[in-house]
Design a protein around this ligand. Structure first.
Ligand code: AMP
Length: 193
């Protein structure tokens, strides 16, 4: 499964809940990058400036990291929910090939829909209460712009493949989870997975 949602939509929270409901691994590319940075690894050193600016990390670095996480997930739980990947069309295509090699196909893509006004409010709140270092106004605005120009076009790509589920992400957190699980279960039943 893939989760596509703008910054501030509640990706991490929903991905945790949904992946445990389905008994699959939760892979968050943002969390993996922050972990590399905190540990000062070579990957961490090469990606820090991108995260600080709110730009996308180059695809080759992302793919190498995601490949490893996907392989581990497939040999562990046999499935995964990717949170924060793909972020552009090139990653979607590469991710598809990678998944096919590993015997996993995309069963569903969950999209959380939240208005830009609400996202800005949430992220500024998170920044004010000591949130992430990329939660300052300039970086937030840039991340939202990167999302709408590079990531949003993916929705059409997945819609065309009949795997897209869109849920209103402005509802209370529990309602978002419940609606997402019902829709994803339906898709799983239809795919016979
Ligand atoms: P997130 O935690 O998903 O909001 O991601 C935080 C930051 O990590 C983003 O602003 C990007 O700099 C980087 N990042 C996370 N996932 C990706 C990805 N799939 N491709 C490129 N950059 C990413």
């Amino acid at each position: 499964m893939l989760l596509i949602a703008p910054p501030g939509a509640g990706k991490g929270t929903q991905a945790d809940r949904i992946s445990s409901h389905f008994g699959i691994a939760h892979i968050s590319t943002g969390d993996l990058f922050r972990q590399h940075i905190a540990e000062g690894t070579p990957i961490g050193q090469s990606v820090k400036e991108y995260l600080d600016r709110g730009d996308l990390v180059p695809d080759d670095i992302v793919i190498t990291m995601v490949r490893k996480a996907m392989e581990e997930a497939m040999s562990g739980t046999g499935g995964y929910l990717l949170d924060g990947f793909p972020r552009n069309l090139a990653q979607a295509r590469l991710g598809y090939h990678l998944a096919s090699e590993l015997g996993a196909t995309v069963h569903a893509v969950l999209h959380l829909d939240v208005s830009e006004e609400e996202l800005l409010r949430r992220l500024l709140d998170r920044g004010a209460s000591g949130g992430r270092s990329d939660d300052n106004e300039a970086t937030i605005r840039h991340r939202l712009e990167v999302y709408s120009t590079q990531t949003l076009p993916l929705l059409d790509y997945y819609k065309g493949r009949g795997v897209l589920v869109t849920v209103n992400g402005e509802q209370p957190v529990d309602d978002v989870t419940a609606e997402a699980i019902v829709a994803l279960e339906k898709m799983r039943a239809a795919a016979g997975a």
